[in-house]
Design a protein around this ligand. Structure first.
Ligand code: AMP
Length: 973
């Protein structure tokens, strides 16, 4: 093949208002056209290419090339869209009197069929890469190849701005009838009953009419409130900037399935199209785990308006939205959807672009707005195509660029349905698309076989495989340990091996392991004297000090649980926690005597040393097991009051033993404890070194507040391991943390961002991202982060821990699909204090194990599995906020604000690493308004939230609609 197909092109048609081709009509481009025009301008050539529409006809028989060319010319004469170009601002469509069709004939008869195939593929690929010049035209291209004396190949391509799927059918149909006329010596009838310009004018008129208004209301009504965002299971990380490069995979559907779909639809009076749309909705719901599903379905404006012979861009993209209810039978859903989908079609005269504008959807640079998934039904497109004496075979040519994440075109006919998946190659891989097709076929087989099946019971093909994978990943974490033993058993064992080694350091104070053991034993006796025994709760409210470890251990040895209290918390909160937990005694210092409500027994730190002096050294023999509670930790509660999480000894022992192995700690390590006792991660800081025989260095409150002092301490004490939130590591970096310290860093409590990880990796080779809620005992997953990690994951579960990612029906979601993280295994705590309702809601039976008593915890975190089993944490499914490591339920603060006189409504959100309370108030407040309210807030909120940089209040006008949209206020949408 010597000639290059690139020579197959039209003669240039220069557009010059003075000398250029004659313009016979000008009409205001309709809105979908201006949308396309704008998108081509914004997205450049790649976006332009994404609008290429192309089909091929393989013709078998004797074809007269001259007649074919004449038929093509007649076609261009008949349909003015084929003679259209656009004004420089995209606002006007101009129809030229004539466009010369230069259909170049390519004779490929001298090359082998294999080479012919290559040439044709090459042409189509090249054609798909050629953008159209919207201002100069022409906006279509054709090519004609002879393969042998009896076989020909015709390619027709056009820009979507003047053509759509329906039009392609009309074009091919007219082409065949004109060809037949010319061959028989007749003149083709190029009269056009309706031309595109008249259609466009009618569209504009309609948009101004009263009839149009209810249609607008119909669609706006469907998209009120928060907008859904379909999260297809991507194979690749989403690039920050939207891209268009695409590829296509075609799959034939087994004809039995096609007829199965038809008979299924017939059962409830549903058309084939409606049945398909409904099946795809259910498929996407099962695939993504999302209930709120939107599918883009292009609808042909020609058929809606009875203009069946019209060529042009008449397509309306319908964002068909529905809520999928897993408890519904598939057949019932189909019946319900019949009327609803029909209704959508009947309201199709509303353009998608207008809807986006009215909904104020910001054009996100990385996302396709509202309809990442489009289902196009172009079946039977060549039904009216008939060349006399010639057989034809139609092919849709793939695009090289695509506007949507997935554009699924159904082509062919009933006996030969082809599913053409065009997908964005920067989001999906061919294997992922094949998996989706397999899943869809599997779902079809299932609904056809059993239409009564509940949607939630529809099996996913990959699910069994996934459950096996999950079980494998999770069972990999199995590690034997003495689960019946309490924490003190492990500490005593270590202490007996290292009696004289320094266990705890605080400022100038030092305690050896032996001293810690003996003092805590004595303290247990003192507690017993005060009536504290197994099952009691003892509050510990004091500043950071060495003795705090002794008191906690003493409480544990007594069989009681300790309740850590940050004395910085407001008195109201503290007294609530003491009462709610049934605390029998509070250990505190004279300094904080006022925080303990009257009537509650108190042990003052200042008196303890004196009181235990006379007590014998014999270890107490109180039987404590792994099932006893070790501590109760209060976290922010969405009901307005904090909630107490109950953690057993075995929960704690399991995680500590696991962390001892990885990240790993040895007797030679020095662990710096910096976290307030009000957070559970402090438990790890205090006890991990103690069960290991390592040295625990407790930083004073003053030092913890100053990054530079902390670094000095790290250096002075030769600290080798430290745990902190990302915010705290950020502070330390700012204060001069560097590689000379080379400590093992545990980072958790908040997402570790790549940027921070990179900076930390300059300072250490041992960086660990740790993840877990208080309810599942400190940390539940762990990941060693290295510079090779492109994505920061939270890694894999710690020992004896299972992680499940489930959809709303509690089915495991596929790899790559976002779901909610559930945690099972030995870390799962014993529930909330005095709160059966929330305990039942969050601590639910683990359906993946054969033990009905085993619970898993519903975290409220969103996540997804990667192919290698690592987990990516993707934020919250609920309102919970983390600011600088502090876990806050905004409802808790909102409830307190609502107690203030005159406050009608409020929404608390996180913004720029601060809390913002938007307040609707009816009364005027004296200035400075926020100051007065902050004082009020101080009565109920922890002191750390009050500083100006942590919370601020903003007044918003009273709205009749009540609550403001939380996400909108957070600036997330
Ligand atoms: P808390 O109960 O205070 O430990 O807070 C637990 C919550 O903090 C989790 O449910 C997550 O939302 C968040 N979290 C903890 N660690 C991480 C982490 N490494 N990455 C992302 N989020 C985290």
């Amino acid at each position: 093949m010597t000639e290059k197909h690139t020579t197959i092109q039209f003669k240039a048609v220069d557009f010059d208002p003075f000398t250029g081709p004659e313009i016979v009509r000008v009409v205001a481009a309709i809105e979908p056209q201006t949308e396309i025009w704008a998108s081509c301008k914004i997205g450049g050539d790649d976006a332009n290419r994404a609008y290429n529409e192309s089909v091929s006809l393989k013709l078998t028989g004797k074809v007269d090339f001259q007649a074919f060319e004449l038929a093509l010319e007649a076609l261009v004469q008949k349909h003015e869209s084929l003679r259209a170009i656009f004004s420089a601002d995209g606002q006007k469509m101009c129809i030229l009197a004539d466009i010369q069709v230069n259909l170049v004939f390519k004779n490929l008869t001298s090359i082998t069929p294999a080479n012919q195939k290559l040439v044709l593929e090459d042409y189509c690929q090249h054609d798909a890469l050629l953008p159209y010049n919207l201002e100069n035209g022409p906006l279509f291209r054709t090519a004609f190849f002879q393969l042998n004396s009896n076989e020909f190949y015709f390619v027709f391509s056009a820009h979507h701005i003047i053509c759509d799927g329906w039009s392609l059918g009309v074009i091919l149909q007219d082409l065949s009838s004109f060809y037949n006329a010319i061959i028989s010596g007749d003149t083709p009838d190029t009269n056009c009953a309706v031309d595109f310009c008249s259609y466009a004018v009618a569209q504009w008129r309609f948009a101004d009419s009263d009839e149009y208004k209810p249609i607008g209301r119909y669609w706006l009504g469907k998209f009120q409130g928060s907008l859904p965002e379909l999260q297809l299971p991507l194979d690749l990380p989403r690039p920050p900037q939207r891209t268009y490069k695409s590829r296509r995979e075609d799959f034939k559907l087994n004809p039995e399935l096609t007829s199965g779909i038809k008979s299924l639809g017939k059962k409830v009076g549903c058309s084939f199209v409606t049945t398909l749309i409904c099946t795809f909705e259910v498929f996407l719901h099962r695939l993504t785990g999302q209930n709120d599903i939107v599918i883009g379905v292009p609808a042909a404006g020609q058929s809606a308006e009875g203009l069946t012979a019209l060529v042009g861009h008449c397509v309306n993209l319908l964002p068909i939205r529905s809520a999928c209810d897993g408890s519904q039978r598939f057949i019932d859903r189909l019946q319900d959807r019949r009327g609803e989908i029909l209704d959508d079609y009947e309201h199709q005269q509303f353009t998608f672009g207008t809807l986006l504008k009215k909904l104020n959807i910001a054009r996100n640079t990385s996302l396709v707005p509202l309809v990442p998934f489009v289902l196009n039904l172009d079946m039977g497109l060549d039904n009216g195509v008939k060349f006399n004496g010639i057989k034809h075979q139609l092919t849709y040519n793939p695009r090289a660029f695509e506007n949507f994440e997935i554009f699924l075109n159904l082509s062919g006919d009933d006996s030969d349905l082809v599913l053409e998946w065009s997908y964005n190659t920067q989001l999906f891989k061919s294997a992922g698309i094949k998996r989706m097709m397999d899943e869809f076929t599997y779902l079809l087989e299932n609904v056809i076989q059993n239409p009564e099946v509940l949607i939630k019971d529809l099996p996913l093909k990959g699910q069994n495989e996934l459950i096996t994978k999950l079980q494998h990943w999770n069972s990999d974490t199995h590690a034997a340990y003495q689960r019946e033993k309490p924490l003190q058993y492990f500490i005593s064992a270590t202490a007996s091996q290292n009696p004289d080694k320094v266990a705890v350091k605080y400022l100038d104070q030092k305690y050896s392991f032996k001293q810690i053991e003996e003092s805590s034993d004595k303290f247990t006796y003192l507690l017993a004297e005060m009536g504290i025994g197994r099952g009691a709760v003892v509050g510990i409210a004091m500043d950071r000090c060495a003795e705090i470890v002794i008191y906690m251990l003493g409480v544990l040895k007594a069989g009681a649980a300790y309740l850590p209290i940050d004395p910085e918390h407001p008195a109201g909160r503290i007294s609530y926690m003491l009462k709610d937990s049934g605390t029998a005694l509070v250990v505190t210092s004279n300094h904080y005597s006022n925080i303990v409500p009257g009537g509650l027994p108190v042990l003052f730190q200042e008196d303890i040393a004196e009181r235990i002096k006379a007590i014998s050294n014999t270890p107490p023999q109180i039987p404590v097991t792994g099932e006893d509670l070790a501590y109760i930790l209060y976290t922010s509660g969405s009901t307005g009051m904090p909630k107490g999480v109950k953690i057993r000894h075995r929960n704690l022992v399991n995680v500590l033993l696991s962390m001892q192995k990885a990240p790993g700690i040895s007797v030679y390590d020095s662990f710096l404890a910096i976290t307030t006792v009000a957070f559970d991660i402090s438990v790890l800081e205090l006890f991990l070194p103690l069960i290991t025989g390592a040295e625990l260095v407790i930083a004073s409150s003053a030092i913890v507040r100053d990054g530079r002092l902390l670094i000095d301490l790290i250096r002075k004490e030769r600290i080798t391991v430290m745990q902190a939130t990302p915010s705290m590591w950020g502070i330390l970096l700012d204060a001069g943390l560097d590689r000379t310290l080379n400590i093992k860093m545990l980072c958790g409590g908040e997402p570790l961002l790549k940027d921070l990880a990179e900076k930390l990796l300059i300072c250490t080779r041992s960086l660990w991202n740790v993840y877990g809620p208080t309810e599942t005992t400190i940390w539940s997953t762990i990941k060693h982060i290295t510079s090779r990690d492109n994505i920061i994951t939270i890694g894999n579960p710690v020992d004896n821990t299972s992680i499940y990612i489930l959809d709303e029906l509690m089915h495991p979601v596929n790899i790559g699909v976002v779901g909610q993280i559930y945690i099972g295994g030995d870390g799962v705590g014993a529930g909330y204090v005095n709160n059966d309702e929330q305990t039942l809601q969050r601590f639910i039976p683990d359906p993946f194990v054969n033990d009905a008593t085993q619970k898993m915890y519903k975290t409220g975190d969103l996540g997804k599995f990667l192919e290698n089993g690592e987990i990516v944490c993707l934020g919250r499914a609920d309102q919970q906020i983390k600011i600088r490591g502090y876990r806050i339920e905004p409802e808790e603060i909102e409830a307190q604000l609502l107690l203030i006189d005159g406050v009608k409504d409020t929404v608390v959100v996180a913004k720029d690493n601060r809390l913002v309370a938007y307040v609707v108030a009816t009364i005027e407040q004296p200035e400075p308004l926020t100051q007065q309210w902050k004082q009020q807030l101080a009565l109920v909120l922890p002191r750390y939230m009050i500083p100006d940089d942590f919370i601020y209040l903003e007044r918003i006008p009273l709205t009749p609609n009540g609550k403001k949209d939380r996400l909108a206020l957070a600036g997330l949408q």
